[in-house]
Design a protein around this ligand. Structure first.
Ligand code: NAP
Ligand code: ZN
Ligand code: ZN
Length: 348
C-alpha cells in the first residue's frame, strides 16, 4: 500500500483536516499519479456537507485532478512515467452495459464509481479524491493532458469543463444560436467560454451585478441581471438554449420563460432541494428541460484536446490546502473568480 497525505472531512459538520490514507499498489492496468493541482467544485461542498444524502465519511473530496505519472503497470499503453495526466469525476464503471459500451460511462447502468464518495468495484473500499498527494487509477479512466496549457487552469476542465462542454455539444450549440448561461461560478464561466468558442451569441444571466465586466471578458456578448424584473421581461422567449448551473435552491419557471419556441434548458446545477416546473412555461412554446451529468472518458479527452487547440483554461485562484475551509465559505458566498484550485505542493 502507498501512504498518502490528504485532507478529509470526518463528518458532515466538521471542517476538513489533515488525514492519512493508503492507495492500492498499482495493478497491471493502473497508473500512479503524483497530484499537482486539484480544483474545488461546488459538488465537493454539497457532498462534504451531505446535502445530497448518502455521503461516506471520512471523505477526501476532489475530482478535478492533474498531475504527473510516477509509475505505470505492465500492460499500460497510453502513458509513460513523466507524462502529465488528469482524473475527473469517476475512476471506474461496469465496462459492459450499453452506456459504458457507448462511451457514456457516467450513465453506467450499475452506477459509475465516483473518484471520491464512491466504492471500489472489487473491494467495496471507499474511494478518496484529489485533495491528496497521489492517486492510483486504471489508465482507461485517466486523461491525457497537453503540456501546452498552464496546469492549474487545466484542473477544473476535468469537471467544470466537461460538464458544460458535453451538453452544449449534445444540443449542437453553434453559430446563429442564442445561448444564456445562468450562474457565473466554476461551471458558468466555462459554459460561457465554450458557448462563445462554438460561435453562439452568449448572454450571462447572473444575480451579481459585480460580475458583468468579467462575464464580457470571458466571452459573453450580453449580461442580464436576473433580479431585474423589467430586463427579464424584455428577454422573454429570446434564447434557444439556457445552461443552468445554479447551485442553490431556485425556481426553473423564470428561466424557462426566457426560452423561445422549441428552446431547451439544460440543467447541470444540483441544488439540495427540488424546483417546481410550471407546466404552462413548458407547453406554451414546446420548451424542454434536459439534465446532463459530466461527460464520458472519450468526450472528456476530446474536450481537453479542444482546449489545448483553442487555448482555453479555467480562470483560477490557486490556494494553499490549509485555506480550504475558508475557500468553501467563499464559494458559497460567490466570492471566487472563478475556481479555487489547490496547489498540492502545500500538502507535502
Ligand atoms: P459555483 O462556483 O458556486 O457557482 C454557482 C453559481 O450559481 C454562483 O456563482 C452564482 O452565480 C449562482 N447562484 C448561487 N446561488 C444562487 C441563487 N440562489 N439563485 C441564482 N443563482 C445563484 O458552483 P459550481 O462549482 O459551478 O457548481 C454549480 C452546480 O453544479 C453545483 O450544484 C454543483 O454540484 C453542480 N455540478 C453538477 C455537475 C453535473 O455533472 N451536472 C458537475 C459539477 C457540478 P451568480 O453570482 O452569477 O448569480
Ligand atoms: Zn465537480
Ligand atoms: Zn456500465
Amino acid at each position: 500500500m502507498i501512504a498518502t497525505k490528504a485532507y478529509a472531512a470526518q463528518s458532515a459538520t466538521t471542517p476538513l483536516t489533515p488525514f492519512g490514507l493508503e492507495r492500492r499498489e498499482p495493478g497491471v492496468h493502473d497508473v500512479q499519479i503524483e497530484i499537482l493541482y486539484c480544483g474545488v467544485c461546488h459538488s465537493d461542498i454539497h457532498q462534504v456537507r451531505d446535502e445530497w444524502g448518502g455521503s461516506i465519511f471520512p471523505m477526501v473530496p476532489g475530482h478535478e485532478i492533474v498531475g504527473r505519472i510516477t509509475h505505470v503497470g505492465d500492460k499500460v499503453t497510453k502513458f509513460k512515467v513523466g507524462d502529465l495526466a488528469g482524473v475527473g469525476c469517476f475512476v471506474d464503471s461496469c465496462r459492459s452495459c450499453p452506456n459504458c459500451k457507448a462511451g457514456i460511462e457516467q450513465y453506467c447502468d450499475e452506477g459509475m464509481v465516483g473518484t471520491y464518495n464512491g466504492r471500489e468495484k472489487k473491494t467495496g473500499a471507499p474511494t478518496y479524491g484529489g485533495y491528496s498527494t497521489q492517486i492510483v487509477v486504471d489508465e482507461n479512466y485517466t486523461l491525457q493532458i497537453s503540456p501546452k496549457l498552464p496546469l492549474a487552469g487545466v484542473a477544473p476542465l476535468l469537471c467544470a469543463g466537461i460538464t458544460t462542454y458535453s451538453p452544449l455539444r449534445y444540443v449542437k450549440v453553434g453559430k446563429g444560436q442564442k445561448v444564456g448561461v445562468v450562474g457565473l461560478g466554476g461551471l458558468g464561466h466555462m459554459g460561457v467560454k465554450f458557448a462563445a468558442a462554438f460561435g453562439a451569441e452568449v448572454t450571462m444571466l447572473s444575480t451579481s451585478p459585480s460580475k458583468e465586466a468579467d462575464a464580457k471578458k470571458l466571452g459573453a456578448h450580453h449580461f442580464l441581471l436576473t433580479t431585474d424584473t423589467k430586463a427579464m421581461k424584455e428577454k422573454a422567449s429570446y434564447f434557444d438554449v439556457i445552461l443552468n448551473t445554479v447551485s442553490a435552491p431556485h425556481q426553473y419557471g423564470d428561466y424557462l420563460n426566457l426560452l423561445g419556441t422549441n428552446g431547451t434548458m439544460i440543467v447541470v446545477g444540483v441544488p439540495p432541494s427540488p424546483s417546481e416546473v410550471p407546466a404552462f412555461n413548458l407547453i406554451m412554446k414546446r420548451r424542454s428541460i434536459i439534465g446532463s451529468l459530466i461527460g464520458g472518458i472519450a468526450e472528456t479527452q476530446e474536450m481537453l484536446d479542444f482546449c489545448a487547440e483553442h487555448n482555453i483554461v479555467s480562470d483560477v485562484e490557486v490556494i494553499d490546502i490549509k485555506d480550504i475551509n475558508e475557500a468553501y465559505e467563499k464559494v458559497i458566498r460567490g466570492d471566487v473568480r472563478y475556481r479555487f484550485v489547490i496547489d498540492i505542493a502545500t500538502l507535502k
